[in-house]
Design a protein around this ligand. Structure first.
Ligand code: SF4
Ligand code: SF4
Length: 389
């Protein structure tokens, strides 16, 4: 239903119906609620200086579904507008922007998922699917090695090529290259759908000013500070430091990716096989990144549990937990492998680590990971709309 029709019969007291998982965000209940709130907020405009959402809202007179998805993905869920609002619950207008935006965002992850068949499935069972995928691959690798030669799985292997005694390098590249490429392809297809739905032309992605501005805003998580006071966990303005933990998680992930890339270059360009000494670049990058991936997800999980329940979208709680848990266990198993790689535990730990990495990549395009992509793209659009040469 076009937003203009929705706002013609606008009723600020209208109660949203419960949204179902797997809904396509076209006139869905979550988007209807965001549209209702944006209409209220556009009359009020008190929160104009808190984040990018309100200036982007003010630039609009009506709110088609694509624009609501854009606004939902521009929101960083800092919570500032909930506590600043004179119409938040128990007021009868029931203005709860962070929660409504969270619901619409989560629906957008499903709606743009590729292939479509997986979207609702992962939203409902994200954690279970991640764990099953991880344990299946770990079990297969360990079982295959044990079946061939148990001394390989339980033996002590040292020196270059030790990891490939368990699984040949080419088999490892084929399995993980395939799931990595699949994750990239599915993420690109989802991002393409998002971009088309919000009505941005492809040419915007070639404009350097918005791209650079969005990169700076995303790199600093500029709008996660709720207008300067940090994210708020409750009405007492207790900061939950989500910005710091987000940084640990994001930069930790990027460092781990850099470690894998450097190791790949070592292997193919220099002919040097893993494992590498502790002072070598892939190990240093992986260790620092791994520590970030332990601290960040734990802090973000904690922030979820201490957050004011009024702002939480409990229906999607599991999807967020699944991604954070997979990041945490990827790092934990990786660091354990680093410490114990010259002991008989190496075989089982390597199988477990590879299984968790597989589960992480396989489920990445259907959960919280994509929020980084859609949010960056929303920031590009916002930077373009705000740019004055
Ligand atoms: S969240 Fe409340 S205070 Fe802020 S702009 Fe909307 S209606 Fe006004
Ligand atoms: S980023 Fe914060 S202030 Fe802005 S809409 Fe979201 S919750 Fe409200």
């Amino acid at each position: 239903m076009p937003a203009t029709e929705r706002t013609e019969v606008f009723d600020p007291l209208a109660k949203p119906k419960k949204a179902g998982l797997g809904d396509i965000p076209k006139g869905s209940d979550a988007l209807t609620e965001v549209g209702r709130l944006m209409t209220v907020c556009n009359s009020c405009r008190y929160c104009e200086g808190l984040c990018a959402v309100f200036p982007a809202m003010i630039a609009r007179r009506d709110f088609p579904d694509g624009d609501l998805n854009y606004l939902a993905n521009l929101c960083h869920n800092c919570g500032a507008c909930f506590y600043d609002c004179q119409f938040s619950p128990p007021h009868e207008f029931n203005v709860n922007v962070p929660k409504a935006m969270s619901r619409a965002r989560a629906e957008s992850y499903q709606a743009y998922a590729w292939p479509r068949i997986f979207s609702g499935l992962f939203a409902r069972n994200g954690l279970a699917i991640s764990v099953i995928a991880a344990l299946s691959v770990a079990g297969f690798i360990a079982g295959f090695a044990a079946w061939n030669d148990p001394t390989i799985l339980y033996g002590t292997h040292t020196g270059p090529g030790a990891f490939y005694k368990l699984m040949p390098h080419n088999a490892m590249v084929a399995l993980f290259g395939a799931v990595f490429l699949y994750a990239i392809l599915a993420s690109i297809m989802g991002a393409r759908l998002f971009w088309r739905d919000i009505g941005e032309p492809a040419v915007t992605l070639t404009q350097t000013n918005p791209l650079w501005q969005a990169m700076k805003d995303a790199g600093k998580l500029r709008y996660l500070d709720g207008g300067g006071a940090d994210c708020q966990a409750d009405e007492n303005d207790t900061p939950d430091h989500r910005r710091f933990y987000h940084h640990c998680t994001f930069y930790g992930f990027m460092l781990c990716l850099a470690a894998t890339s450097v190791a790949t270059l070592y292997h193919y360009l220099l002919g040097r096989e893993a494992p590498y000494p502790w002072y070598d670049l892939p190990v240093v990058l992986g260790t620092i990144g791994g520590i970030g991936l332990l601290i960040g997800p734990v802090g973000l999980l904690r922030a979820k549990f201490v957050r004011d329940p009024d702002m939480l979208d409990k229906d999607r709680f599991g999807m967020d937990v699944a991604f954070l848990a997979m990041l945490f266990f990827t790092s934990l198993t990786g660091l354990a492998l680093l410490v114990l790689r010259e002991t008989p535990a190496m075989g089982l730990l390597l199988a477990l680590h590879l299984g968790v990495v597989f589960g992480l990549f396989f489920t990445m395009p259907y959960g919280k990971f994509v929020h980084g992509i859609y949010r960056y793209m929303a920031l590009v659009r916002y930077a373009k709309e705000s740019y004055r040469p």
